[in-house]
Write a protein that binds this ligand. Structure first.
Ligand code: ZN
Length: 169
């Protein structure tokens, strides 16, 4: 397994729309294993293939404290959304910045597992946020897109400043 490089905003490749996965082969299983390793290595709770510059509809997540509930969704589609919640989100492609985003409270998702079997799952609360956030990545969308222009530019300036400080440290 290997840890993959995570693209950081404003990398234009984060705007790419992912293609559906068609081949459920050994290569896909290896890629999913690498995505989990990358997510756990970065202490993330979710990762979309777009963020590692692979433009296929694959996302992984694990919101458990013990880091032992890996979830992989391939070709995920939201069937139903219900309610609303505000949650403070972060993103491995935006190191060090967090912002409140309003999303659906519950989502019903149809997807495939690594073997290509169809699964329908219901998510609620923080995990529903995570799934919606990662599905956005696969559509070329990022969480700061939901913010007002002023809030967005403040956060991006802060990220830039932190990046410079990290580079000079
Ligand atoms: Zn993200």
């Amino acid at each position: 397994m290997s840890v993959l490089t995570i693209l950081e905003f404003p990398d234009p490749r984060l705007r790419t729309r992912a293609e559906p996965v068609r081949a459920f082969d050994a290569e896909l299983k290896q890629f999913v294993a690498d995505m989990f390793e990358t997510m756990y290595d970065a202490n993330g709770v979710g990762l979309a293939a777009t963020q590692v510059n692979v433009h296929q509809q694959v996302l992984v997540a694990d919101m458990s404290d013990e880091r032992n509930q890996p979830l992989v969704l391939i070709n995920a589609q939201i069937l139903e959304k219900d309610g609303e919640q505000v949650y403070q989100e972060g993103c491995l492609s935006f190191p060090g910045i967090y912002a409140d985003v309003t999303r659906a409270l519950k989502v019903k998702v149809k997807a495939q597992d690594v073997d290509g079997n169809e699964v329908v799952m219901d998510f609620e609360g923080p995990l529903a946020v995570c799934i919606q956030h990662e599905m956005d990545h696969l559509a070329g969308k990022v969480f700061v897109d939901y913010l007002s222009p002023l809030k967005r530019s403040m956060l991006l300036k802060r990220m830039e400043k932190q990046r410079k400080q990290a580079a000079s440290a």
